[in-house]
Design a protein around this ligand. Sequence first.
Ligand code: PHE
Length: 462
Amino acid sequence: MTEQRGNWTSSAGFVLAATGSAIGLGNLWKFPFITWENNGGAFVLVYLVCIAAVGLPIMMAELLIGRKTQKSAVGALREAVGPGWGLVGGWGVLCGFILLSYYTVIAGWSLFYFTRTIGWTTSGFPTDLPMGDLFGQQVSNAPLQLVMSLGFSVATVSVVYFGVQKGIERIARLFLPILFGILVLMLVSALGMSGSGEALTFIFRPSFSELEPAGILEALGHSFFTLSLGMGAMITYGSYIDRNQSIVKASAMIVVLDTLIALVATVIMFSVIFSVAGMAEQVGGSTVGMLFISLPELFYTEVPFGTLLGPLFYVLVALAALTSTMSLLEVVTSYVIDEHGVDRHKATVLCGGAVFVFTIFAALSFSGVPFLSTLAVFEGKTGWFETADHFVSNWMLPTGGLAITIAAGWFMTREATEGELADRTAPGWFRYDLWRFFIRYVSPIAVAAIVVAVFFFGVDFS
Ligand code: PHE
């Protein structure tokens, strides 16, 4: 390596960057929807247990592998666990590559709705344009999809280009407080709506008779996605952590913040939905339905200060997505820097460009392009975009996560992991043996259950 490896400037800088990676479309787009599908309460409780019992220990495992070796995913696993384990890192890099390629497309939709809502706020909401039609038109408009996803890819490359401190950390420090601020404003407005009581009951009152077993696995699968685990993003971010920061404390903060934001986003969305007669029945259809079909209209018809909050909400989605896409690109880029000795600037542009080729495929998945719109590998999933999403969420993240827990629990020595977690920086409440128990037994068994469910029973989380 020619240049000195970057480091976060402070513990807060790192926590914000990692939280930025974790908070993303998973929190604003997927979580509210799967909570809806799984009838709220009991699902939310199971999700919280999964986050604490599986997500948190694996978060610590990934960060410690990164910090111990000061290397990106491939090199880190190879050095910390053994030569063959570089393959698991490679699987993670590939996963980051694919995930980034279609995540950018959804992020592009938020840009579209941002420009639309700005227009509606200034010149009035179009009462004669059904929002479902608008969504269909934008998603099938190939040039529009390409321009928006290109815009988002360029933004991502521009951040990662400047490196860990001047790019990623700086943007996270700037954007995350804005993101929190917008969410608080929206929460205040939502809690004032007539449906907020019903929303809170739906989300927080568990009724176990309404939870299906598949819902439990879905909660578990989502805890990987939302915490950016299973593909080396946290290994990579961990490789820039200083020796005198506590991985345990940082992991706890990232996990708590990510969970809090997912819950707040859900309270906001459901308060709006329950405030409108008949809305609860309409929303059911799809993930995109909630975010890009139901909400835009409700901002202009129901939500207090909605004309202001509408555009702000889509800014929020875009910012949350950007702090995630930069971590995805960093996984791929840092691999090329560390393993192939390419300098950061060249590596970023190269990787960003290569990913964008696949973004084109995802962006054109809804335009009736042969193959891209018709590809059918997995049952019920049509087109490149849905296939990629299904493959990443169902196959790549759980298998990667399983390998990482086994690596940290069974292939790394006790001394190696204890030295990173239970050092003098560890908080008083931390019990290393408890972590070791979870990472050796609880996490692998839980994650193996997902893998078995997907491989053998065709359960679907995407
Ligand atoms: N955690 C992100 C989200 O919730 C997605 C992501 C997964 C980002 C893996 C980076 C790595 O949207």
